[in-house]
Design a protein around this ligand. Structure first.
Ligand SMILES: [Zn+2]
Ligand SMILES: [Zn+2]
Length: 74
């Protein structure tokens, strides 16, 4: 099931409020995945079946295949 993001804070997970999108400006036509709790969220959940999934867009927790220039130290 896909949740609807908070309109005032679309870059945050609507469930746990972690910052799940900091690699790009949140786009309403994509489905994002929270890096902390795994919740999938988008602007229009009822359209989720036709929206592409952007996956995790958090610079700290994204998969290893991503670019390295924004990598942070722990
Ligand atoms: Zn979350
Ligand atoms: Zn994260």
């Amino acid at each position: 099931m896909t949740a609807r993001w908070n309109f005032d804070k679309p870059h945050r997970c609507p469930d746990c409020h972690a910052i799940a999108i900091d690699l790009e400006r949140p786009k309403p036509w994509r489905i994002y995945t929270c890096c902390r709790c795994g919740t999938r969220f988008t602007r229009w959940p009822h359209l989720a079946w036709l929206l592409p999934s952007a996956g995790i867009r958090c610079s700290e927790h994204r998969p290893h295949t991503a670019r390295t220039h924004t990598r942070r130290t722990r």
